[in-house]
Design a protein around this ligand. Structure first.
Ligand code: HEC
Ligand code: HEC
Length: 249
């Protein structure tokens, strides 16, 4: 089942990244990949080199939030498989792959924007191209669920199943919140701290990454702070309601 497979894979990656670089099979099976490129490039997707694109101390890699195998349920970002040749990115907000990547590098990981001719971008772009089909060009949709206020989120996510929510929380949120993972400059808060937020606030945070006062947040921006947002395609309403019931139960 896609949900658990991709989330478990991400969790394993986070745990192993320091030791192994968390390399993945798909780095070696791209038919059009130049010799050695996969080894270098995949490290910018899931290894220490990826985390180092962020601010000093950042532990998040592209693989923390994006699969490379076409799955996206349970992770905040779309899969990076077949990403390289899209006509536009971020719902039209980013014109090319470098701009879209830089939005993540600067916005979530707290790093400096990569330049087009840097060694880092050359290696990462090569890896992303190696897992992409040139025929896949249609942009992905970008549709964060924005409701009027916390009360609206509270109403929308009432009535979840706390027992079912525990495993979902550990798979989807635990990737960061069970290990105090540093996303950019900020360590994810422990589960006990999350229980102190209202249900509406938790739902709003998950759906939009906001509002203030967390860190670099700006309520007017749907990608404001180190914690990424999950669109309904990536985390269903039922799964989020269950997670909230688990946290508040
Ligand atoms: C903390 C989580 C996080 C990290 C780390 C992260 N991203 Fe993202 N990324 C997102 C989210 C959330 C979006 C926007 C919503 C979506 O993709 O569903 C996004 C969007 C993108 C997009 C645009 C996708 C599209 O079709 O519009 C690209 C490309 C991308 N990221 C590449 C990367 C790369 C490459 C890295 C590593 C250098 C990276 N991201 C790191 C969370 C993250
Ligand atoms: C990629 C790592 C990551 C994932 C996955 C993640 N979080 Fe977070 N979360 C963070 C970080 C870092 C912070 C602290 C900085 C901030 O508020 O953005 C945070 C903050 C929060 C807060 C504090 C809210 C506030 O208003 O400040 C809540 C609640 C929360 N997360 C809930 C969740 C839930 C529920 C999930 C799963 C659906 C989840 N998070 C998944 C990294 C993550």
């Amino acid at each position: 089942m896609r949900f658990w497979r991709s989330a478990a894979q991400a969790a394993v990656c986070v745990g192993l990244v320091a030791l192994t670089g968390c390399d993945d099979d798909s780095g070696s099976d791209g038919a059009d990949m130049g010799a050695g490129m996969g080894t270098d490039g995949v490290a910018y997707y899931s290894g220490a080199a990826s985390a180092a694109l962020g601010v000093a101390g950042n532990q998040a890699t592209c693989a923390t939030c994006h699969s490379n195998d076409g799955t996206d349920v349970g992770l905040s970002g779309v899969s990076l498989m077949d990403i390289a040749y899209r006509e536009s990115f971020k719902g039209g907000g980013a014109p090319d792959l470098l701009a879209a990547t830089n939005a993540c590098v600067t916005g979530w990981m707290g790093g400096a924007a990569l330049t087009a001719d840097s060694a880092e971008w050359t290696a990462l772009e090569g890896y992303l191209q190696s897992i992409s089909d040139e025929a896949v060009t249609a942009p992905n949709a970008l549709a964060p669920e924005v409701l009027a206020d916390e009360a609206a989120y509270e109403a929308a996510y009432a009535g979840g199943d706390a027992a079912a929510g525990e495993a979902k929380y550990n798979a989807v949120c635990g990737v960061c919140h069970n290990s105090a993972l540093k996303v950019g400059p900020t360590a994810a808060y422990p589960t006990a701290a999350l229980r102190g937020y209202t249900a509406g606030r938790i739902a709003q945070k998950v759906r939009t990454s906001g509002p203030p006062p967390s860190g670099m947040n700006d309520a007017a921006d749907s990608t404001p702070g180190p914690m990424p947002f999950f669109e309904p395609d990536e985390l269903s309403s039922e799964d989020l309601a269950d997670i909230i019931a688990y946290l508040k139960g």
